[in-house]
Design a protein around this ligand. Structure first.
Ligand code: CTP
Ligand SMILES: C[C@](O)(CO)[C@H](O)COP(=O)(O)O
Length: 258
């Protein structure tokens, strides 16, 4: 079937999304302020290899992903291209690099704009989640193929969560105004998976600040579903996360015998 006559996944009944093509967009243009001074976070080393390369390999490890679009720091696209050339990556996967924007949202939009027309399922995956296991990536793709417009990997919370009235001044006590029922809360990770048309519409429509792509789809009034996430898909945000990431990687290398 030609690409023009192929229905988009959203137009196909649940369970019938066959011959879909999946691309992963990796926003990697952030500075990593919370990690502390240094190179842009995605370019910092984890086990001697840039965090971004781990994230790219994690997406390319899925046989369902045939294109990875890396959204590089605005002035770092050439450096990122060189990095991709210098590291072993699966030959069956294509790679593109585009410069990113001021916010994560803008970077994702720039990645989406670079997608060739034949891709109808899109994953959006933080470069800052370098260790996501391939089973999690595959579970997200499968849920989109099965008919969901938007899918998030999610984990139950270990802590009790309080809603507060922000004090505005760091260190000042903040009044607690509510305690949401923990059993109904989930911490969401990436990759988040989307029917491409839905994600493009969300990025064209929603203009306010958001912290993930799925919430933009929620704002369209569409259903987002959660599938099980994985503890090792955590986001490297603060220095302690880097310590944990190094430990997880060292354990994997020990188990793999290299
Ligand atoms: N302008 C931006 C900001 C963020 N990101 C990406 O979005 C992902 C999640 O963002 P976060 O963890 O907040 O990364 P940073 O913005 O780099 O972190 P910080 O807020 O600490 O500066 C990261 O892979 C980051 O590179 C991006 O592509 N473009
Ligand atoms: C997209 C995300 O990773 C889902 O948990 C998260 O919202 C990104 O937040 P950040 O503040 O941009 O790291």
């Amino acid at each position: 079937m030609s690409d023009e006559s192929r229905p988009s996944p959203a137009e196909m009944p649940p369970g019938t999304r066959v011959n879909t093509r999946t691309a992963a967009v990796i926003p990697a243009a952030g500075r990593g302020v919370r990690l502390g001074p240094g190179a842009p976070k995605a370019l910092r080393a984890l086990g001697g290899t840039p965090m971004l390369i781990h994230a790219v390999r994690a997406m390319a490890a899925s046989r369902g992903v045939s294109l990875v679009v890396v959204v590089a720091p605005p002035d770092g696209a050439a450096e990122v291209k060189s990095l991709l050339d210098a590291h072993a990556l699966p030959e069956r996967t294509d790679f593109l690099v585009v410069p990113g924007g001021e916010s994560r949202q803008e970077s994702v939009r720039l990645g989406l704009e670079a997608l060739p027309p034949e891709y109808d399922i899109v994953l959006v995956h933080d470069a800052a989640r370098p260790l996501v296991p391939v089973d999690t990536v595959d579970a997200v793709i499968e849920a989109v193929r099965d008919g969901a417009s938007a899918v998030v990997p999610a984990l139950p919370l270990a802590d009790t969560v309080k809603q507060v009235e922000p004090a505005g001044v760091p260190g000042e006590p903040e009044p607690v105004v509510a305690t949401p029922e923990r059993a109904r809360l989930r911490a969401v990770q990436t990759p988040q998976g989307f029917d491409r048309g839905t994600l493009v519409r969300a990025h064209e429509t929603v203009t306010g600040d958001v912290t993930d792509d799925a919430s933009m789809v929620e704002q369209l009034g569409l259903t987002v579903v959660a599938v099980p996430g994985h503890a090792e898909a955590f986001k490297v945000t603060r220095p302690l996360d880097l310590v944990l990431a190094e430990a997880v990687l060292a354990r994997r290398r020990l188990n793999d015998g290299f």
